[in-house]
Design a protein around this ligand. Sequence first.
Ligand SMILES: [Zn+2]
Length: 415
Amino acid sequence: MNKTAQPTTGSRRQCRVCDSSDLQPAVDLGMQPWCNHFLKPEQIGTEPAYPLRVVWCADCRTAQLDFTVKKEIMFGDHTYLSGVTRSLSDHFRDVAGDVDRRFAATCGPRKSVLDIGSNDGTQLKHFRDLGYEVLGVESSKTTARIANDAGIDTLNEFFNLDVACQLNRKFDVVNAAGVFFHLEELHSVTDGIRQSLAPDGVFVVQFLYMKRIVDNLAFDQIYHEHLLYYNLRTIETLLNRHGLGLFDARVASIHGGSVIAYVGHLGRRQPSPRLQALRAAEEESSANELETYRDFAVRIEQMKEENLAFLDEAKRLGRRVYGFGAPVKGNTLLNYFGIGTRYLDCLVEKNVLRKGLYSPGQHIPVVLEHEIEMPPDIYYVLAWNFRQEILANNQHLLDRGVQFYFPVIPQDVYA
Ligand SMILES: [Zn+2]
């Protein structure tokens, strides 16, 4: 399907969705290391940097990166675990329950689900509890092993059309949460999904909603793994091109604003009133226009000034400041703002796989939450998307006067 023989890594001059060469610069976050590679001490300073630039396609209007880091570097062995965060696990349970309630009637006699980018199997466990036969496809070796050890059947592969053909099986539900913007082999993967989907099957795709990222100024969601930044209009262009069609969508608060979209074979189902309302709101807000992205870039600069002013003042007053969380997206923010150990003594994290490592670019040490004996004066919260969970879990620190500073505060989710 990828007829244009564009390089799969490095710089691109053509749109990832429609092949147009009319790509306009939108947001330039400079040269940045691959943000998911937390460094061992001996690796500090050896990490390569790559351009991190969002361009906008004047033809299909998809926002996207114009540079691809090789997928073997990006997804070969990442250390992100969905099961670590409770609110994420709750979200996955809700998604499985919702899908089952709505679509179980159109499933075959033995309900089945394929999860693409299944991570540690957290989503599939919820489907299994509802009686589904489950299969995961996960590119990270470590994470796939964790899922298999937990009894969730998981292939350690990059999903694409070849893998779908080898599986040679139709699923009632195909799920892809948070991977659909990663995909270097976008067209092959989308063909693979159509191939794997039963005639009345439902493809449930969750993706960061670019409109919400822009509204919330959550620019740290821009990183090398996220090759594409969809709105409804732009993901529909992609899906339609591959014989799939959106029939329903809702906005969820997860990751600071995501869309959960329901997709079937093209023309099989009518678009829901909810989808039509979201589409209309998107068009009215100019979310797909270049001007909106250029304005976003200006607002990011203002945010940088405000954040650095806050941290400079904190340092001037002799406050101790730690980063809260060591999420991948935090590195975009730290590197673009130039927030290093001058400001943050360490990043405090729950994920044991990051213990003893250093953030790429700024080289801030990661410390596990239970290792902190004395809390700082201020937590600079990189994991801002778990705001409520963080505040609720740390009431004892708030009571002691510890300040939690959120660089990004998402507005309440509408719709
Ligand atoms: Zn395009």
